[in-house]
Each structure stands twice: as structure tokens, then as C-alpha cells.
Design a protein around this ligand. Structure first.
Ligand SMILES: CC(C)(COP(=O)(O)OP(=O)(O)OC[C@H]1O[C@@H](n2cnc3c(N)ncnc32)[C@H](O)[C@@H]1OP(=O)(O)O)[C@@H](O)C(=O)NCCC(=O)NCCS
Length: 189
């Protein structure tokens, strides 16, 4: 396969993407992006959970955006291209309780960041956006020092993606969410 020449523009360069912290104003865009990205509705977070996560630990949530070209008399509009959202937990690995417990499981004193949602808009897969977003997330989590560990669960078909960005696969997860069958992933940050 042809290799990209050094410094040649990438898809992400062409899109002029940027990363910023998510806020509750982004919830509708997150929901709509997940509807397209996850075929199985059980793998989508839903409004209440997203609201909860962005309320209790907004520091563990990032979005990757671009802007529309401004038309006559109109301001540029932000477009959400992907997001990553987690909580802090006091377990070593993602648990069912941390995903869908009675109170959705955030533990403010927890030393593990559990990523619960990661998705790129379905029209923008394989353009390097997931990598940009996750690397930026890992760097910010490391710099902030808010936790000692970073974990998530992944389907087999996404394990390679996470490995490329700096995660190790660490065996079967005990979680039964959305039918189970998840792999534990450990992120080096
Ligand atoms: C998984 C997902 C976030 C990856 O994002 P993406 O923007 O398409 O990935 P990138 O283009 O940044 O890929 C980075 C690298 O991983 C590789 N990669 C991406 N997805 C892959 C996959 N499913 N299998 C193997 N390799 C993959 C890319 O080829 C690229 O490799 P390179 O660095 O050698 O060029 C995206 O496909 C997605 O949103 N899927 C639907 C929702 C989902 O499953 N989320 C994960 C929940 S655990």
C-alpha cells in the first residue's frame, strides 16, 4: 500500500478539525452521532446517561469538531465529528455498575478513568479522526493527573484500532452490557 508522503495533508487536515471539552449543549449532537455509529441501540448511551456524565465529570469528555463553510449572512456552525466520554470509577476494569448502575456509577475519588462512549461520525471513519481524538484525550488525562489508570471495553472488531492508539488487550470483560462479549482494554497514558 502507498505510504503518505511526510507532511502531506491528511483527511483530518482538510477537515480543519479541533478538539474541545464537551458541554451539555452538545448532547443532541452526541445522540444523533451515536444513532448513526452504533447499529445496536443497546450500545448507545441515551440522553439521561450522557446528561449525567457531562454533569458529574465533564473533565472526562472530549469532542472532535469541524465547522461548516459560512454562507452569505450566516455564521460558521460547529459540527460534531466524534466524541469520547467517561467517568471515574474505583474498580480496575469497566463494570456493569459503572455503565448502568442505579446512579450511573461515577466515583469522584476513583483512580480509574473508564471510557464508556467513543464514536466517530459514520461518514468519517478511517480518516484518522478517532486516533487524533483518543490521543488528545490520553494526553489531557495524563496532564491533568486526575487518575492513575485508563480502561475501556471493546468489541473484537475494534481491538486493533485501540491497540494502534496505545491500548493493550487484557482478556474478556465480565460486563454483560449489550449482550456481553467485550474485551478489556488498558490504555498507557
Ligand atoms: C472505532 C472508531 C472510533 C475508529 O475511529 P476512526 O476514526 O474510524 O479510526 P482512525 O481512522 O483514527 O484509525 C486509526 C488507525 O486504526 C485503524 N483502524 C480503525 N478502525 C479499525 C478497525 N475496526 N479494525 C482495524 N483497524 C482499524 C486505522 O486503519 C488506522 O490505522 P493507521 O494508524 O495504521 O493508519 C470508529 O470506527 C467508530 O466510531 N465506530 C463505530 C462506533 C464504535 O464501534 N465505537 C467504539 C466502541 S468500543
Amino acid at each position: 500500500m502507498a505510504r503518505r508522503a511526510q507532511n502531506a495533508p491528511t483527511d483530518a487536515d482538510a477537515l480543519k478539525v479541533y478538539v474541545r471539552t464537551l458541554t451539555k449543549n452538545d448532547i443532541d449532537a452526541i445522540i444523533s452521532l451515536e444513532e448513526g455509529a452504533f447499529e445496536n441501540p443497546e450500545e448507545r448511551a441515551g440522553k439521561d446517561k450522557i446528561f449525567y456524565r457531562l454533569t458529574v465529570c465533564p473533565e472526562v469528555a472530549l469532542g472532535i469538531f469541524t465547522t461548516t463553510n459560512p454562507t452569505e449572512g450566516q455564521a460558521r456552525k460547529e459540527v460534531l465529528l466524534g466524541h469520547i466520554i467517561g467517568t471515574k470509577i474505583n474498580a480496575d476494569w469497566v463494570t456493569d455498575r459503572s455503565m448502568k448502575g442505579d446512579n450511573y456509577g461515577h466515583v469522584d475519588t476513583g483512580k480509574t478513568i473508564a471510557v464508556h462512549q467513543m464514536a466517530i461520525h459514520k461518514d468519517y471513519h478511517r480518516k484518522g479522526l478517532g486516533k487524533i481524538l483518543l490521543k488528545e484525550f490520553m494526553q489531557r488525562m495524563k496532564q491533568s493527573g486526575i487518575a492513575k489508570r485508563l480502561v475501556l471495553i471493546a468489541r473484537d472488531n475494534n481491538v486493533k484500532f485501540y491497540e494502534k492508539v496505545g491500548f493493550d488487550e487484557r482478556g474478556e470483560s465480565n460486563t454483560k452490557i449489550a449482550g456481553g462479549g467485550w474485551k478489556n482494554m488498558y490504555g498507557y497514558m
